[in-house]
Design a protein around this ligand. Structure first.
Ligand code: PMP
Length: 440
């Protein structure tokens, strides 16, 4: 075990809340998909700063852009004042939105994804003069009071009183052992109809909601891609009733799914697009894309100090330049298919790998241990123990990945998008040997 980490843990145990006890190491350096710890051991990083490092660690282009910026004499932080970097970044960002962003405007929100979620919720209420928000089970939108209120997982809400009121949850269509019992395209169709009836019922009795907020591919919720027809139906119903559709692309955006944005697969146009993580090239930045007709802020109505991170914008421009290169997104899709296929091929040898799913390089592996009980809906409830053990063994094999899902029973892979074919091969090798050890 890692000596530095253990000593440090003794020294700081009670003073520093350290992120993952499940990743007990101290990082010395990193390049591409590889992290080296202080003892010189190398790890393949399939967490990538929770998806922020689209181009991996210390990508040459990003380093060059940051170095050039640092010696340029330009200010590092400029609140929301105008700079050429901000202009270039905004232009690059608008150009990847639907119709090259002609119908959208950008609101710089602050450093973290939750900042942009909060802005979206506020603006939806202001723009529609309505009070309530619909969210979906299993969704994740952040840890602040509003973002947490629309987050589907009840765990982090425990004992947090007076979260933002007026949030109603509707079932998200899971394609595997859906808690509603409605899996697959057919189940999703039924849920979409129920959503429509639900909205029509609300309309008869009380004011309509201001917005729905959803992830096209739920990340923390266990990598659940929404069926296309369900998304299209939600878009149709929301449009018909003047309900804003807020799509949270914090994790699934910027090439992660093999498309610039995950919603593109369904051919829909959200009213608001929540963006963060990879847009700052690994540095903190969050932005809300808003359809212009809903940009109802009065001047100064929404502010925040850290909205002018020039370094994040420089790194963001560099990231977008790479994502825009011909074939780049195609190769993300291709590697994603290959990895998913290889992991699916393991399923016949390892029945605990219940489902391998995802889009592009946003991959989830649902782990079940059939000995465990079902919940009241009859859906299997993995308690996450086996998944935790697999994650632990992966770490020992030098493979870093995360877990998600209702009970932490979904292993999640979010490798840098620049991962090579050989590195994908290495991921599968390491995963399988970790799996062998975990089920022994
Ligand atoms: N939305 C989604 C879909 C996310 O995955 C996350 C972070 N995991 C957030 C919002 C919140 O972002 P942050 O942690 O930067 O506040």
């Amino acid at each position: 075990d890692n000596e530095y980490y253990l000593n440090r843990q003794d020294a700081f145990e009670s003073n520093v809340r350290s992120y993952p006890r499940k990743l007990p190491f101290a990082i010395a350096k990193a390049k591409g998909v590889w992290i080296t710890d202080v003892e010189g051991k190398e790890y393949l990083d399939c967490l990538a700063g929770a998806g922020t490092l689209a181009l991996g660690h210390n990508h040459d282009d990003i380093l060059e852009a940051l170095n050039a910026f640092l010696i340029s004499g330009m200010p590092m932080h400029t609140l929301d004042l105008t700079t050429p970097i901000k202009d270039q970044f905004s232009e690059a960002l608008l150009s990847i939105l639907p119709n090259k962003g002609k119908e959208y405007c950008l609101q710089f929100c602050g450093p973290s994804g939750a900042d942009a979620v909060e802005a979206a919720l506020k603006l939806a209420k202001i723009a529609t003069k309505r009070n309530t928000i619909i969210s979906f089970t299993g969704g994740y939108h952040g840890m602040t009071h509003g973002a947490l209120a629309v987050t589907g997982n009840n765990g982090p809400k425990e004992h947090v009183t007076n979260l933002m009121p007026g949030v109603q949850f509707f079932p998200f269509p899971h394609n595997y052992r859906c808690p509603t019992g409605m899996s697959g395209e057919k189940g999703a169709g039924i849920l979409a109809c129920q959503f429509q009836h639900f909205i029509e019922d609300v309309e008869r009795g009380s004011p309509l909601p201001a917005a729905v907020i959803l992830e096209v591919v739920q990340g923390e919720g266990g990598v659940n891609p929404a069926p296309i027809h369900w998304l299209q139906q939600i878009r149709k119903v929301t449009q018909e009733h003047g309900i804003l559709m807020i799509v949270d692309e914090v994790q699934s955006g910027f090439g992660r799914t093999g498309r610039m944005f995950a919603f593109e697969e369904a051919g829909i146009e959200p009213d608001m697009i929540v963006m963060s993580k990879a847009i700052g090239g690994g540095l903190p930045l969050a932005i809300l894309g808003i359809k212009k007709q809903f940009d109802a802020w009065h001047p100064g109505a929404h502010s925040g100090t850290f909205r002018g991170n020039q370094l994040a914008m420089a790194a963001g421009i560099s990231t977008l330049n790479t994502l825009n290169k011909p074939h780049f997104l195609g190769s993300v899709m291709q590697r994603g298919h290959w990895l998913t296929g290889q992991l699916q091929a393991l399923q016949s040898h390892y029945p605990c790998l219940a489902q391998v799913r995802g889009r592009g390089l946003m991959i989830g592996i649902e782990i079940v241990d059939e000995g465990l009980p079902s919940d009241s809906s009859g859906a299997y409830v993995g308690d996450g123990l086996l998944a935790a053990e697999i994650q632990r063994q992966c770490f020992k094999q030098g493979l870093i990945l995360e877990r998600g899902g209702r009970n932490g029973n979904v292993i999640r892979l979010l490798p840098p998008l620049i991962i090579t074919q050989d590195e994908c091969f290495e991921v599968v090798l390491r995963f399988e040997s970790a799996l062998e050890r975990a089920i022994k």
